[in-house]
Ligand binder design. Structure first.
Ligand SMILES: Cc1cc2nc3c(=O)[nH]c(=O)nc-3n(C[C@H](O)[C@H](O)[C@H](O)COP(=O)(O)OP(=O)(O)OC[C@H]3O[C@@H](n4cnc5c(N)ncnc54)[C@H](O)[C@@H]3O)c2cc1C
Length: 419
């Protein structure tokens, strides 16, 4: 069944006939016997990869194989923040490419992903932290990325509701990236899925990859819960399940899986205009277009594949929230959930070939992979189609862990739970 073309005319036509004519946003095809390229994982990264493979790199006979449903993984569980306020040379060009792709995404895929550049403000609470943010802002500006270092008065005019004179964590200022903001997470999954489907990509849901099939060191396809599907190339983009899926090919990754929780309050009148992050603890907050306060904090701190967290981190996040903006204590919590993060040893991602001919890997996104979705898909598609690394992702090689060229953005060392 053909999908409906979205335009002002289709919206008006459907309004007049009681919205009875909308078709599903993408097809629900049976898996074919074989494809040229299979992408394992129908999250944001897998779908974006399939879309750019078809659109930018003229590839065809592509399938995305998803064990659950589109939007059921981290792409639909994150707190929707996008930004490119990184410090290290390996990271800034990549995340800035992503930001530029976000800026044109809705036109590109003809889908309202609610890209909202409402600003991301990182607060500082000490002189040392101010100097570190000044350094970060300078690094960003040297790469042509927008950054502004604000003093206390400037921050106060933006977010007057914070507790500026908290005795333990007084707010001295902040680093602002105005082009950062939020994007409606599940609309990103749906938009990329629809756009990929329109270019002929088969999106196969409820189909779990159970083995990666090889012959003579070369990929020949994947075993799935719906049978064997042949492929010349397989790209794995399964986020929190990276270690499990790559183990099917006999590969061990420098990645651990950890739980990260998020929280949404009841809807209240708009008062948090942008994204604000606390600099003295792990707490960040924004307000959704429906009015809910969306916030989160640290990892739960133990390895898990369960998409739910535990009370100690709920308490820790609430304490962070109370220290930053005590009025949050009067808001009722509506929902809370968890997702599985693919935490790499240096906190930076991997987009690379593997030692197996035809097998490519994309993962290690830690808790920052949503903002990376467009650039990750673009660079992974470039790698799969051309077999060469995209310049913006040239630092994200697997062998950096063997050669010592890690990209330790946070300076935390080889401790995945601290990145
Ligand atoms: C609570 C929370 C808050 C976050 N906040 C932010 C944020 O504000 N900003 C930001 O940039 N990032 C954030 N992140 C991180 C971000 O969501 C992830 O890094 C990113 O979504 C991961 O990529 P993905 O979308 O492809 O993952 P997913 O959506 O998880 O996609 C992977 C898919 O692979 C599928 N899969 C797994 N195994 C198999 C298999 N064997 N066969 C077939 N399919 C399989 C899964 O079902 C899943 O759908 C947050 C994450 C969480 C959980």
């Amino acid at each position: 069944m053909a999908t409906t073309k979205y335009s002002i005319f289709s919206v008006m036509r459907e309004a007049l006939r009681g919205h009875t004519g909308w078709r599903p946003a993408w097809r629900n095809p049976e898996p074919k016997k074989a494809y040229d390229i299979i992408i394992v994982g129908g999250g944001g990264h897998g779908l974006a990869t399939a879309y750019y493979l078809a659109k930018e790199f003229n590839q065809s006979r592509i399938a995305v194989i998803e064990k659950g449903w589109i939007g059921g993984g981290n792409v639909g569980r994150n707190t929707t923040i996008v930004r490119s306020n990184y410090l290290l040379p390996g990271n800034i060009p990549f995340y800035e490419l992503s930001m530029k792709l976000w800026e044109g995404l809705e036109q590109d895929i003809n889908y309202n992903a609610m890209v909202s550049q409402r600003g991301v403000l990182n607060l500082y609470h000490s002189d040392g932290q101010r100097d570190a943010f000044a350094r970060r802002g300078n690094a960003m500006r040297l790469h042509g990325v927008d950054a502004e270092l604000l003093d206390k008065a400037a921050v106060k005019s933006l977010v007057p509701f914070l507790d500026f004179d908290n005795a333990r964590f007084p707010i001295h200022g902040g680093l602002l990236q105005r082009r950062g903001g939020t994007v409606r997470h599940d609309a990103v999954a749906w938009g990329y899925a629809r756009a990929a489907d329109l270019r002929g990509v088969d999106i196969i849901q409820n189909c779990e990859v159970t083995d990666i099939s090889r012959e003579g060191g070369k990929i020949i396809g994947v075993e799935t819960s719906r049978g064997f599907i042949g492929a010349q190339k397989v790209g794995v983009a399964v986020a929190g399940n990276s270690s499990r899926v790559m183990a099917m090919a006999g590969l061990r990754l420098p990645i651990e899986s950890h739980v990260l929780q998020a929280f949404v309050s009841e809807s209240i009148k708009p008062f948090v205009d942008g994204v604000v992050t606390f600099g003295a603890g792990h707490f960040y907050i924004s307000q959704s277009d429906k009015g809910g306060l969306v916030f989160g904090g640290d990892l739960d701190g133990y390895n898990s594949y369960a998409q739910r967290g535990n009370l100690p981190v709920v308490e820790d996040v609430c304490e962070g929230g109370m220290a930053l903006m005590p009025r949050i204590g009067r808001v009722r919590l509506l929902r809370q959930w968890g997702g599985i993060m693919d935490m790499s040893m240096d906190g930076s991602p991997i987009i690379d070939r593997t030692p197996i001919d035809g097998l490519f890997f994309n993962g290690g996104w830690c808790y920052g992979g949503f903002k990376a979705t467009p650039a990750s898909g673009f660079c992974f598609a470039h790698l799969i189609a051309k077999n060469t690394v995209h310049p913006a992702a040239s630092a994200y090689r697997l062998d950096r862990f063997a050669t010592g060229h890690t990209i330790d953005e946070k300076g935390m060392g080889p401790h995945p739970n601290l990145h």
